[in-house]
Design a protein. Structure first.
Length: 368
């Protein structure tokens, strides 16, 4: 072998040895990298498992995922109820549905929204159905929101929502000799009134369907609600915005506030704070419920006008062919002023209210 050939062999051997050494080093690095990756995966796996458990626990305890679609014996949709509660949570019924024997439209159920988030409280909403005297929204028994500050709705469904409290009238086919049926709900403070109105309409549909009295199709949820009016000072010459209506209190009064609904039809109400609440409705479903209630009968005439109702100040009369309900409730301020100089008599106030409403509504017939 020549010296040049020997040098070429030595060079090739050196290059081969260097390549082999590099390959060995690369293999060693690859093995170390694989081991580090494996160790990393082993470390991440428990973290991921914990994360999955945390997310699953959150979805289970703070949302309706994997929950029942209905509660309260199928009368309440959990998704619809969730829209009413101010905070998110898991919707359930506390003790289930409680029914009165013999009437499927007499029940109570407490719906709750619970959450395990820090600082979260369990919220409750009481839902019930009952039969009431047809003019219940205007009766001052402390149970119902004052009609002057209530958002009434009619058309596809008939009802009203006050401050965290509302009701929906069930179809006329659900009315019995005991009177019309309603679904009522008490929601947590801060609930959306429109969401409550829509929720109660849904419950009313399910209740009527279960009772077999949803003959004319489901009630439609209200698209909007009228804003609740704000109080304002009373104008002595036009109490409640009605020309000629006398102040329902003592002579020489100085300050008083009134809350007056702006719309004239189908339902209108005014509260003179502490003294009296005037109400009127021509809403057909409400008037129908009033007329079909026990105790509805002919009452004494007012200025020659024929009246029927429950007493002389809760009556239905004719207003140019339209049945019109009128009522007057008295507050403690009036009760305290009875006998004081200048305090009008109850019936005189009601008669004046009838005459003022007649002018406002344009009732031209003598029977009013």
């Amino acid at each position: 072998m020549s010296s040049d050939e020997a040098r070429m062999v030595d060079a090739a051997t050196y290059e081969y040895a260097k390549d082999a050494s590099a390959a060995a080093e690369d293999g060693s690095e690859m093995t170390a990298g694989s081991e580090r990756t494996a160790r990393g995966r082993k470390a991440v796996a428990p973290v991921l498992a914990i994360g999955v458990l945390v997310v699953g626990a959150h979805l289970w305890s703070n949302s309706n995922l994997f929950a029942d679609d209905e509660v309260c014996g199928g009368l309440v949709s959990t998704d619809s109820a969730a829209t009413v509660f101010p905070s998110s949570g898991r919707v359930s019924d506390r003790d289930g549905l409680h029914e009165r024997a013999g009437d499927r439209l007499a029940f109570t159920c407490v719906v709750e929204s619970s959450s395990f988030l820090p600082g979260a409280d369990t919220e409750h909403m009481r839902v019930s159905a009952s039969r009431e005297r047809g003019d219940f929204p205007f009766a001052d028994d402390g149970r119902w929101p004052n009609p002057a500050g209530t958002s009434f709705f009619s058309g596809g469904s008939t009802g009203a929502v006050g401050r965290d409290h509302g009701w929906v009238l069930l179809p006329g086919a659900c009315t019995t000799n005991d009177g019309p049926a309603i679904v009522e709900g008490y929601a947590p403070e801060g609930s959306d009134p429109l969401a409550l109105a829509r929720f109660l309409t849904g419950v009313a549909n399910r209740a009527a369907e279960r009772a077999g009295c949803l003959a004319e199709g489901p009630l439609a949820t209200p698209p909007t609600l009228t804003a609740s009016p704000v109080s304002r000072p009373v104008e002595k010459s036009a109490v409640c915005g009605l020309e000629g209506l006398a102040f329902p209190g003592p002579e020489g009064w100085t300050e008083a506030k009134e809350t007056v609904q702006e719309s004239r039809r189908p339902t209108w109400a005014c509260e003179v704070a502490g003294y009296a609440t005037y109400a009127m409705t021509q809403e057909p479903r409400i008037v129908e419920g009033i007329r079909s209630s026990p105790g509805f009968k002919e009452q004494p005439q007012v200025a020659g006008r024929r009246m029927s109702g429950f007493d002389p100040r809760h009556v239905v009369a004719d207003c140019a062919g339209v049945p019109t309900y009128l009522s007057l409730e008295f507050g403690q301020g009036y009760q305290d002023a009875v006998g004081s100089p200048g305090t009008p008599r109850r019936q005189d106030l009601f008669d004046g209210f009838v005459e003022a409403i007649e002018k406002r509504l344009g009732c031209s017939t003598p029977t009013f």
